[in-house]
Design a protein around this ligand. Structure first.
Ligand code: SF4
Ligand code: SF4
Length: 507
C-alpha cells in the first residue's frame, strides 16, 4: 500500500457535501437563451467567427482560439446568434466580457461528431490538436487550456499522471459524482492522457470521505496495471495541485514552478472525461456536471448543464428561494466569489453554484485589526506568512510580496477562515497579485519599447555614420583631383568657353 505523506497546515471546515447527494445526476433543461463568454479559460480570449443573425448547430465552433494559450468556444445546441455583446461573466472582480448570445430553436440539432477509431494509433500531435479544437480547459476551477498542459516540453518527461479527485472544498460534489456515475469514462480519459504524455503511472487520488467514488474508480481501473487508486485523509486544501503531489509523492514543486518541472501531470476527473469525449466521440466541450447546492434550494443536486445557461435559470431548476438567501456563490464557500448578476452564465470552470441561507453562511463580519496571533501561518498549506503578505499587500510593496512568494499562494482561504480578526486576506492577495501581474506586463511593455527605441537609435547612428563616410569620401576625391591639377570648376568654365566660341564661329 502506498505511503501517504502530510502537508503543512490545512483546516477541517464542515463538509456539507451530503446536501447535494453525490452520485446522482439530473439534466438541467435547455434554457431559452445561452450566453457564451469568449473567455472561459486562462489565456487569450477566443475570437467570434459567427455574426448576429447566423444560425448555428450544437457542437459548431462559434469562436476560435487566438494564439497558443487559448481555447475555442462551441455552441451547446442549435439556434440563432442574437447578440455579440459585453455581459457580466463569472469572475472574482465582477467584470464584464464579450459574450455570444444564442437563442435556442428547441430542435437540439447537432453537427456530426467524428471520433478517432484507435487513439493508440494516432500521433501525439494529432491527439493534441483534437483536444485543442474541442475547447477542453481544466474543469476543476482553474480553466487552464488542457492541450497546453499536455504539450509540456520540459526536459524531464512526465512519469506520473495524477487524476485529482480530491475535491476538498466544502459543499462541492461534482467530481465525486463524475467518478461515481462515469467511472469508465474517467479511467479511459486517464489512460488516453497517460498515453499522450508518456506517463508510466496513473494515480487516481480520492479523499477518504468519498468511499463510493474510490470504489467506482477501483472497479473501472482494475484492468490497468499502471493505475492505482489512492485514498488519503480528508483535509482542506489537499486538492491543490502542489499539495496533492507532496501528499502522494513526498516531493515539492519548486516555488514559481509547475508539476511538469518534476515530471508530474495533474488533471481533474471531469477534464479526463472531456478529453475522452473529444477523442472517442469527437465531441467538443459544451456542457459539464455542476453542483447546485445550499439550503436556499428546494432541490439541490448535481446537474448536467449546458455551458452558457444563465445561473438564474439553473437556480430555478433547484427551486431557489430568494427570500431566505441574500447571496449566491460561484464555486465553493472557500474559494468561490459572489454572483453579482443572475444572468451570468455557467462556464467551463463552474464546478458549483451555492445558494446558502443567511443563517447557513452568515455575511462576513466587520474586519478588525490584526492581533499577530500567527494562526494564519499555522494553517497555510503553501508554508507562506499570510500576516506579512497582508501587511505588504496593504503597503503595495511588490518587492517584499515577491520576496515572500505571494505568487505561490493558491488563494485557498484557509488563513482567512481561521483569522479571529475576520480580515479578508484572500481579497488583499488577489488584488496584490493583479497589480503585480499588471506591473510585470507593464515591465514587458516598457522593455519592448526600450529595445525598439535603442534599435532605432542604432539605425539612425548607422545611417548618419554612412552619410558622413560618403561625404568624407567625396571631399577626399575632390581634394585629390585638385592636387592632380584636375580642378572640376576650372574644367567646367573651359567647357563653357569652348561651347560659346563654337556657337560664335557657326554664326
Ligand atoms: S490570523 Fe489574522 S489576526 Fe492572526 S496574525 Fe493572521 S492576519 Fe493577524
Ligand atoms: S490563501 Fe494563500 S496565504 Fe492564505 S492559507 Fe491559502 S495559500 Fe496560504
Amino acid at each position: 500500500m502506498r505511503q501517504i505523506f502530510d502537508i503543512h497546515g490545512g483546516i477541517h471546515p464542515p463538509e456539507r457535501k451530503e446536501l447535494s447527494d453525490p452520485g446522482f445526476v439530473m439534466d438541467c433543461p435547455p434554457p431559452s437563451k445561452l450566453v457564451l463568454p469568449v473567455t472561459q479559460h486562462i489565456g487569450a480570449p477566443a475570437r467570434p467567427i459567427v455574426e448576429v443573425g447566423d444560425t448555428v448547430l450544437g457542437g459548431q465552433m462559434i469562436a476560435e482560439a487566438q494564439g497558443p494559450v487559448s481555447v475555442p468556444v462551441h455552441s451547446p445546441s442549435s439556434g440563432t446568434v442574437t447578440a455579440i455583446a459585453s455581459r457580466a461573466v463569472p469572475h472574482a472582480s465582477g467584470m464584464t466580457d464579450t459574450c455570444i448570445e444564442i437563442t435556442l430553436d428547441g430542435r437540439c440539432e447537432w453537427i456530426t461528431c467524428q471520433g478517432v477509431t484507435d487513439w493508440r494509433a494516432e500521433s501525439k500531435a494529432a491527439l493534441l490538436d483534437r483536444v485543442r479544437l474541442a475547447g477542453v480547459a481544466g474543469l476543476g476551477g482553474a480553466g487552464f487550456p488542457t492541450a497546453i498542459k499536455l504539450a509540456s516540453d520540459r526536459a524531464i518527461g512526465i512519469h506520473t499522471l495524477v487524476i485529482n479527485g480530491t475535491e476538498c472544498e466544502p459543499y462541492i460534489t461534482a467530481d465525486d459524482t463524475v467518478m461515481q456515475c462515469f467511472s469508465r469514462e474517467v479511467v479511459e480519459g486517464a489512460e488516453i492522457l497517460a498515453h499522450m504524455v508518456g506517463a508510466e503511472t496513473i494515480l487516481l487520488a480520492v479523499e477518504d470521505n468519498k468511499h463510493e467514488a474510490a470504489e467506482a474508480m477501483r472497479d473501472a481501473s482494475a484492468h490497468l496495471a499502471s493505475a492505482e487508486v489512492v485514498t488519503f485523509p480528508t483535509k482542506y486544501p489537499s486538492g491543490g495541485e502542489k499539495q496533492l503531489i507532496e501528499l502522494l509523492l513526498n516531493v515539492q514543486v519548486p516555488s514559481g514552478g509547475i508539476p511538469a518541472d518534476i515530471g508530474v501531470l495533474c488533471q481533474n476527473p471531469s477534464t479526463a472525461m472531456a478529453v475522452r469525449a473529444a477523442l472517442i466521440d469527437g465531441k467538443p466541450l459544451t456542457d459539464r456536471i455542476t453542483t447546485l447546492t445550499g439550503m436556499a434550494l428546494g432541490k439541490p443536486g448535481n446537474r448536467r448543464v449546458m455551458l452558457g445557461t444563465p445561473i438564474g435559470e439553473l437556480l430555478a431548476h433547484g427551486d431557489f428561494n430568494s427570500e431566505t438567501s441574500d447571496r449566491v456563490i460561484h464555486g465553493g464557500p472557500m474559494m468561490g466569489f459572489s454572483v453579482t448578476d443572475l444572468d451570468m452564465p455557467v462556464v467551463k470552470i463552474t464546478n458549483c453554484v451555492l445558494a446558502p441561507t443567511r443563517s447557513e453562511i452568515p455575511p462576513p463580519q466587520p474586519q478588525q485589526a490584526c492581533i499577530r496571533c500567527g494562526l494564519c501561518a499555522e494553517v497555510c498549506p503553501a508554508s507562506l506568512l499570510p500576516q506579512q503578505l497582508y501587511w505588504f499587500a496593504r503597503a503595495k510593496d511588490q518587492e517584499q510580496l515577491e520576496r515572500h512568494h505571494l505568487m505561490d499562494c493558491i488563494e485557498c482561504g484557509a488563513c482567512a477562515y481561521v483569522c479571529p480578526s475576520h480580515i479578508p486576506l484572500v481579497q488583499y492577495y488577489r488584488s496584490a497579485k493583479g497589480s503585480m501581474r499588471e506591473a510585470s506586463k507593464e515591465k514587458v511593455r516598457s522593455d519592448n519599447s526600450r529595445v525598439r527605441f535603442e534599435a532605432r537609435q542604432e539605425r539612425l547612428e548607422r545611417e548618419t555614420a554612412a552619410r558622413d563616410a560618403k561625404r568624407a569620401a567625396r571631399k577626399a576625391a575632390a581634394e585629390a583631383r585638385l592636387e592632380a591639377g584636375d580642378d572640376p570648376v576650372q574644367a567646367a568654365i573651359e567647357r563653357a568657353k569652348a561651347k560659346k566660341a563654337q556657337q560664335e564661329g557657326e554664326q
